[in-house]
Design a protein around this ligand. Structure first.
Ligand code: DGY
Length: 422
């Protein structure tokens, strides 16, 4: 891939413009606060030109960590009436105010990357506090979000998965009673075309799940045991396994033998537990309902995070590559968030088809590590083309390449600077 200094500059300007002082909004208007996994990826984007600012992004994120160890999905450092549901709706009772749910735990993997970029010294001054924050967050996942005891991660709100309206959640959401949800005003569709956002009946259910958590006083035990949404998410499960591997490297470097032992156990548990998500019929890892045990049977971009997590025997990896090949024949650009032609596929609607570069990045990283450099390169070069031709959008159509959702998006700029534009 050839370097493009103009786009490097533009990407950098986007991060600087979205920087509200120590933390970065994903995009102005649509998402005016600090989001958990957005910030982690954004740190990778700052790293090539401002390492101090990269670390700071992660430090402001963990400043919102709860006493029980959860790192929330949104941190409301300051209020903004242009977003729903805002701090009053979540009523976290914390300082700073936050949401009451989490997001995919990519943080430890990104801390490791920054630390290694700076030489991987065990006494690196920024490492220890972030390492501790990650350890507490991973323990929270193992304590509250592993209902089957097999190391896989249960999401208790679809927003936790980051893949908000993936059709993997449709059946679980359809069972949720939204009749008691009070009147509310969505803000997202005032910022971007409603055809690119979740539908109203889905949104009502998102709010109903939120209201259950709030009514419990954000009692994470109660939410896990009897909440209305209990999905074992393939994306979060793969990401936590990967993050545990990365955290283990840091635990060993820091000489934290007790934590290292604990992490090795968790890794072994998830490595053998992951087969519970394997769907032989479709030849991919799919999310599964923790209550009904039904597999979604849908091939999504998260299915391919198996490579990133380092799981799958030869047969499973070969079937995943078959699926990738099949998907690449049906679309102009990789990697769509839902297989073309599958139920509910829509090339413009959020996580029902559009390409999201952060998932593409993790998948490409995993493919390269597992000996599929050709596929990793194909995904990286498609990602670069999307930015070159259409700009730094939130997501992109796998058919036409056109951008969808917010423009001048922080994590897309970060992916350019850290990965596909290099
Ligand atoms: C939104 O508001 O759509 C966010 O994705 C929730 O985290």
């Amino acid at each position: 891939m050839t370097r493009n200094p103009q786009l490097d500059m533009k990407a950098r300007e986007i991060l600087e413009r979205n920087d509200l002082g120590g933390y970065t909004v994903p995009t102005h208007g649509l998402y005016p606060f600090q989001w958990n996994w957005d910030s982690a990826f954004v740190a990778l984007g700052f790293a090539p030109f401002d390492m101090d600012r990269a670390w700071q992004e992660l430090e402001t994120l963990v400043a919102g960590q709860w006493a029980d160890g959860m790192i929330p999905h949104i941190i409301f450092h300051r209020d903004d009436a242009g977003y729903f549901p805002g701090p009053d709706m979540w009523a976290s009772g914390t300082t700073p105010p936050t949401s009451g749910i989490t997001q995919p735990p990519v943080l430890a993997s990104i801390v490791r990357q920054l630390w290694e970029q700076e030489g991987a010294a065990p006494d690196h001054p920024r490492l220890a506090p972030l390492y501790q924050a990650c350890l507490r967050s991973h323990r929270w996942f193992h304590r509250f979000r592993d209902p089957l005891g097999n190391g896989l991660v249960m999401a208790t709100h679809n927003w936790e998965t980051g893949r908000d309206n993936s059709s993997e959640w449709d059946d679980a959401l359809a069972r949720i009673d939204a009749s008691r949800v009070g009147a509310y005003q969505r803000r997202d569709t005032g910022h971007v075309d409603a055809a690119m956002r979740p539908r109203q009946h889905e949104y009502d259910r998102y709010v109903a799940i939120l209201e259950f958590g709030r009514a419990s006083g954000w009692d994470h035990r109660r939410i896990a045991d009897s909440g209305p949404f209990r999905m074992i998410d393939v994306g979060m499960s793969m990401i936590l396994l990967r993050a545990n591997r990365d955290l283990l490297v840091m635990a060993e470097a820091l000489g934290d033998a007790a934590a290292a032992g604990e992490l090795r156990q968790q890794i072994a548990r998830a490595e053998s537990g992951m087969d519970w998500l394997w769907n032989e019929e479709v030849g991919a890892y799919c999310s599964r309902d923790a209550t009904t045990h039904e597999s979604s049977g849908l091939v999504t971009n998260a299915s391919f995070l198996g490579f990133y997590a380092g799981v799958g025997n030869r047969h499973q990896q070969a079937r995943l590559i078959d699926a990738l090949e099949r998907i690449s024949r049906g679309t102009a650009y990789l990697l769509p968030s839902l297989e073309t032609g599958s139920r509910a596929y829509d090339h413009r609607r959020y996580w029902r088809g559009p390409i999201w570069l952060v998932v593409s990045y993790m998948v490409a990283q995993g493919l390269a590590e597992q000996g599929h450099a050709d596929w990793a390169l194909r995904i990286a070069s498609d990602s670069a083309k999307l930015i070159e031709q259409f700009g730094f959008f939130e997501s992109f159509s796998p058919e036409t390449g056109e951008g969808s959702g917010g423009a001048d998006f922080s994590w897309t700029a970060a992916m350019w600077l850290a990965w596909c534009g290099r």
